[in-house]
Design a protein around this ligand. Structure first.
Ligand SMILES: Cc1ncc(C[n+]2csc(CCOP(=O)(O)OP(=O)(O)O)c2C)c(N)n1
Ligand code: SF4
Length: 566
């Protein structure tokens, strides 16, 4: 088998392709986007006819993946952590329906919020759904876990979550690939009502999910991703291939140290935290016993073993104190468990080797200071961006009506919250601009304006617009249409070429669907139209339409390359 240099996200994609996946469903979101892009760009995936188009949002992606699993095929659904909130209804219920073909839910979390609204930890969702969770510590494990995740899902007949974080997703390492599997044949579920969650059936299915919990715990106990390292033994075990580690020596072998005298400290290192820990021990000779965790539910017997063998336990995890909370009774004042809850590790933000080193009482080596020439550059709209012209016109118009009446959403246009624009007053979650504008209008705000991008509109603005139409609420919705999903790198937008029809189809009066061209030469016309619609007592939609200049430039370049190569 060959070795490839892959990003963590790409390793997940390659693992799924090699495992015989028939389709990936996703909505873009950093740091998960590269998984689907990798499948889209893979010739091998295309030869195998692996389905990989973007979905309109994470919920539709989750449901479509469940449909593919219903048909007996292996499917993966990918999203960023906040996307799982959107998919939650389908996600939680998919644990009750169970699966037919293997179903892997790949979720990329973003601690420290590099490009997100929060740093929620998806492992809580996995536990809530009562399904196995896999958490890789490096790119090789990202590949391996995607590969075996489908087997695990088919073994227990439930979805499996594959959870990882930004640094793993966006850094590269060599990955050894495995044997390529054939795709599953189309087969229907043995039980024709397996997927029918009528209460009588759902109750039965839920009992089934409860019944399988013991087996998934036993599987976790035996998992090769959950390894108990005796003090200073990582070098020996890490040098063996994971597949070769004899269970006894990896997790069951007794260390006299463990038996006779207690270790002052034991460490639980989850996912990438194990990598950070080993960066502090380049010789792989950590003097404390370590429980490396990569599969949940928690392997309780090994956890107990570590707890018994050590005076104190340091829990290292990237994200929320998920494991720590499970170990630490809130009423326990013994101080034995150290981690994010007692301040040994900062309560928020992503983990890194320095934070781990500090928690271990190591002297930190300071790196070079940042040269003066490197200055912090706040993000801003590209020069020539169409959103700029929209905000120029909106700012001029809105000042006639007073401040704080503009609700916005998530996309490049959110930068309109920053100077010099200061144009928008909210950004909460995808689709919230229109619904918040509706609530504010219901409360008496006039005019009440929503600014949303074309991709965000089809993601979750359409139902919000229908709410407005249903009650004929006085809102003006500006759909700033740049014909792409610019913020995440320019994926295609489901709205392109059909926005007016969608709005009219949802019930907006055709004369109040206004198309504009956001260019400086049309500024006065834009102000005029905005003024007309802002004073209209009902639902109006304004669509300023001009393609994102980044995608225009990119397609011009691609065209040139084509011409040269022809
Ligand atoms: C639930 C959820 N899914 C995905 C994302 C990542 N994301 C942020 S904005 C955005 C789409 C932006 O596209 P569009 O609305 O067309 O605006 P543009 O960036 O093109 O201006 C995406 C996918 C997110 N923040 N939340
Ligand atoms: S990428 Fe496109 S939409 Fe985003 S700021 Fe630049 S020009 Fe505007």
């Amino acid at each position: 088998m060959q070795k490839q240099l892959l990003l963590g996200a790409e390793a997940v994609a390659q693992g799924a392709i090699d495992a015989g996946m028939s389709g990936v469903y996703a909505y873009p979101g950093t740091p998960s986007t590269e998984i689907t892009e990798y499948v889209q760009n893979s010739e091998f995936a295309s030869d195998r006819k692996i389905r990989s188009q973007w979905s309109v949002n994470e919920k539709t992606a989750m449901e479509a993946a469940l449909g593919m699993s219903y048909a007996g095929k292996r499917a993966m659904v990918c999203m960023k952590h906040v996307g799982l909130n959107v998919a939650a209804d389908a996600f939680i219920n998919s644990a009750i329906t169970g699966v037919n073909g293997g179903l892997v839910v790949a979720v990329a979390d973003d601690p420290s919020m590099h490009s997100s609204q929060n740093e929620q930890d998806s492992r809580f969702f996995g536990k809530f759904a009562m399904i196995p969770i896999l958490e890789p510590s490096n790119q090789q494990e990202a590949y391996d876990m995607a590969y075996v995740g489908f087997d695990l899902s088919e073994k227990f007949k439930i979805p499996v979550m594959l959870r990882f974080t930004t640094r793993l997703s966006h850094s590269r390492a060599g990955v050894q690939t495995k044997e390529i599997k054939e795709q599953n044949p189309l087969t229907y579920p043995e039980d024709p009502i397996q997927f029918v969650l009528l209460p009588s059936n759902a109750r039965k299915r839920y009992k089934g999910l409860l019944a399988v919990q013991e087996s998934i715990e036993v599987d976790s106990e035996k998992s090769k991703y959950n390894i108990y390292y005796k003090a200073s033994s990582q070098a020996e075990l890490d040098s063996a291939s994971m597949d070769e580690i004899p269970k006894q020596s990896a997790s069951g072998g007794r260390n006299d140290n463990d038996k006779v005298s207690k270790n002052s400290l034991g460490i639980i290192a989850c996912g990438i935290a194990y990598n950070y820990l080993m960066e502090n021990y380049p010789e792989r000779n950590c003097p404390y016993p370590i429980l490396k965790l990569g599969q949940y539910p928690l392997p309780y017997s090994n956890v107990r073993r570590l707890l018994n063998a050590c005076e104190k336990i340091l829990v290292l995890e990237d994200g929320y104190p998920f494991v720590e909370e499970q170990l630490k009774d809130y009423l326990d004042k013994s101080g034995k468990i150290k981690g994010r809850l007692d301040g040994t590790i900062p309560r928020d933000g992503e983990l890194n080797p320095d934070i781990v080193g500090k928690a271990l009482g190591k002297q930190l080596k300071s790196g070079r200071s940042i040269p003066q020439i490197v200055v912090n550059r706040p993000p801003e709209l590209c020069s020539g961006c169409s959103h700029r012209d929209v905000y120029l016109a909106l700012n001029e118009t809105i000042k006639e009506f007073g401040k704080q009446k503009v609700f916005s959403d998530i996309g490049c246009y959110t930068l309109g919250a920053l100077p010099p624009w200061n144009s928008i007053n909210s950004c909460v979650d995808m689709g919230a601009s229109i619904t918040m504008a509706k609530g504010a209008a219901d409360a008496g705000v006039r005019p009440s304006v929503a600014v949303i991008g074309d991709s965000t509109f089809t993601h979750s603005g359409m139902t919000a617009l229908l709410d407005c139409v249903y009650e004929n609420t006085s809102v003006t919705v500006i759909i700033s249409d740049n014909a792409t999903t610019a913020m995440t790198g320019g994926q295609e937008s489901h709205a392109t070429g059909r926005l007016e029809e969608i709005c009219i189809g949802l019930g907006v009066k055709p004369e109040h669907v206004r198309i504009l061209t956001p260019l400086p030469k049309y500024h006065d016309e834009m102000v005029k139209v905005l003024r007309e619609e802002l004073t209209y007592d009902g639902v109006s939609v304004i669509i300023p339409r001009r393609e994102c200049i980044q995608t225009v430039t990119r397609s011009k370049k691609e065209q040139k390359v084509k011409e040269v190569s022809n």
